[in-house]
Design a protein around this ligand. Structure first.
Ligand code: FE2
Length: 162
């Protein structure tokens, strides 16, 4: 994280808080992106093509979140700490199960990962507002809205008619 002298100003403390917050979300977004690819590659079964394409569309959307978060960090004067190794060590998302293949198992695992990330994204809106950065809050509001759509798409696959 950003180092500064002990005499730092309240503004500097806010900036450090924002950079810590954003790097934490960056770690989870990088982790989430590869989880979506894991699902895209390994899903099998009746809904194969639909789920294979859906999981890739989500991976693309999450790649855009990664880019937006990383570039916001640099715009705020920080360093985007987005390597796979740092992200894996920091991410709060649960491990993705490696042995599953059935569509419903991936739907469940993807849904869980998206829900956890959306929860963190929504908290980030409030935390960014508390740190007086409405632009960062706005960025995460957009992400939350996008995640609502993907959660809906994924949950629709889990629906059992009747
Ligand atoms: Fe692919």
């Amino acid at each position: 994280m950003t180092k500064h002298a002990p005499s730092a100003s309240p503004e500097r403390d806010k900036q450090d808080g924002l950079l810590t917050l954003l790097n934490q979300r960056l770690a989870e977004a990088v982790d989430l992106q590869m989880k979506m690819k894991q699902a895209h590659w390994n899903v099998k079964g009746a809904n194969f093509m639909g789920l294979h394409q859906l999981f890739d569309s989500i991976a693309e959307a999450v790649a855009a979140y990664v880019d937006q978060i990383a570039e916001r960090i640099v715009q705020l004067g920080g360093v985007a700490e987005g390597t796979v190794r740092v992200s894996a060590a920091r991410s709060k998302l649960a491990d993705y199960p490696l042995v599953i293949s059935a569509g419903l198992a991936h739907v469940e695992a993807v849904g869980k990962a998206l829900a956890t990330f959306r929860h963190e994204v929504r908290n980030t809106v409030d935390e960014a507002e508390e740190l007086d950065d409405v632009e960062t809050a706005d960025l995460f509001i957009g992400m939350s809205r996008s995640l609502d759509k993907w959660v809906w798409f994924v949950e629709a696959h889990a629906h059992v008619p009747g």
